[in-house]
Design a protein around this ligand. Sequence first.
Ligand SMILES: O=C(O)c1ccc(O)c(O)c1
Ligand SMILES: [Mg+2]
Length: 626
Amino acid sequence: MKTSIATVSIAGTFREKLEAIAAAGFDGIEIFEQDFIADEGAPRDVGNLIRDHGLEISLFQPFRDFEGLPDPLRAKAFDRAERKFDLMQQLGAELLLVCSSVHPGAIGGIDRAAADFRELGERAAARGLRVGYEALAWGRHVNDHRDAWEIVRRADHANVGLILDSFHTLGRGIDPETIRRIPGDRIFFVQLADAPAIDMDLLYWSRHFRNMPGEGDLDVTGFMRAVTAAGYAGPISLEIFNDQFRGGPARAIARDGHRSLVALMDDVRRTEPALKVDLPALPPRQDIRGTRFIEFATSGAEGEALRHLLTSLGFARIGQHVAKAVTLWQQGDIRIVLNEERGDFAGSAFNVHGTSICDVGLGVPSTEDTIARATALGAELFAQPLGPGQIDIPAIRGLGGSILHFMDETHAQVWSTEFGASGPGPAGAGLTGIDHVAQTMTYDEMLSWSLFYTSLFDMAKAPMVDVVDPDGLVRSQAIATPDGTFRITLNGAETHRTLAGTFLADSFGAPVQHVAFTTDDIFATAEALAASGFPPLPMSANYYDDLASRFDIPPDMLARMQARHILYDRDSTGEFFQTYSRPFAGGLFFEVVERRDGYSGYGAPNAPFRIAAQKRLGRVKGMPAN
Ligand SMILES: O=C(O)c1ccc(O)c(O)c1
Ligand SMILES: [Mg+2]
């Protein structure tokens, strides 16, 4: 499988783009003409520079407004084409993309366009070049790949073929199955892009909102299955017009692109095993069996405050690491590791972020398979020297340089071996597990991290929701395993003035802002927390008055909720109860939730009131506020 990406898809100068594309492992590039023109290099030198990066020029594009013009416009279009052929020969580019005309003077007519392409094919053949025809979704007369194919078919020239672009087909709602009827050898090139489902003008949507396959809502897998079934075996190339990507970190975005193509073709192979896909075998998306531990890097007074808070939440310190300044805190099966060791990974995380969650341990069926899939998808492996008595647990880098460890049944002894502690912890306040981990990032990073989780793990995205903070909007996207045993919310801050944005700025990009625990009985848990001196986040009386108007909550239950600062939501299936800690150590906090009858959300309607309550307490460093 040859991979390619259009230069327009990432940020930087032409040369910066080449470096990022080569480093991400692509085989080739589509030269987007504007990027070339903006460079100062002579065409031959630019061609050599591309090849020196180990990249092929898989396509030169776009050539616009060619077909269907009356003379003298027609003659002029051919003159333009000859000039671009000159340029392509100097660059060493063999294939030209001609996109369907939007010219107001274009006349239309399948045979007229076919005749134009036959002549263009003759001229291209004379130079050893080929041309491919792409239907733009907003083309004046041709805006459907089926019509473009009919023109190519009637042009009947070996040097004229079809170019397919998933956006133009799927964005217009054209059934990709129609591609199975096209001979694969007549498809010269395939461009791929996904996009979020937003109802807007096609051209605007295409030029600003495309994203990597798997990052949006289009059925790019279905499209690529049809293309593969048709017999196409040429390069698959990303062509992503996206405002964030144009200004984002080129290397990271190129890496995401390569990851998206590997995951896509693996999905094609899995959903249609009869198809031949030229991609080394990799294990399937991994099933997450829950959160095995959460590790805090902490020290000094913040460490003391955190121990105090954990104790009030019903956790007990049940183990001390054999070799390190690391303690194990437990309640039932929930394990929290407090790492106060200097010099190792947690020490540097503390130095950068202060008290923060530096590591999350996930249960998987096989760590070996998980690492193999992560490696194939270009994840960065993490290891640090093992101390005496430590068990090797495989890990990769996650958000903000944090670590994800993977544990399978071969790691069952780690707690007894390293901490001298086995079995469940005390029942405490009745917390039974980890419902979700809320990660905070800039808005621009959200697509990248949703792709990270959904390509590696068997997890699906919920629709993006807007969380209203008094000082700005935060976008929130939940990602969860099918059974809900592992859930993450990605919160994207656009300004440092929101609670999430302030946390991100103050912590220099700490990856986790809060952890939510589950309970089977929020009222019993809230009583236990109150008895152990846990200070909840106080909610306003206005909030409870509004709840009473929106829902039929029995008055005595509502009174208990108000007394214990319990928030409430309901969806079509069930009910949701939440209560929050106050922020500690620069903005971290805990949440406790009870889900009833399959409620699947995260209490988004409550977020504005919860955030306002947190902001009223002010930013609190070190000690929990009271
Ligand atoms: O937006 C455009 O004009 C444009 C140009 C070339 C393409 O391949 C494409 O898909 C869109
Ligand atoms: Mg295209």
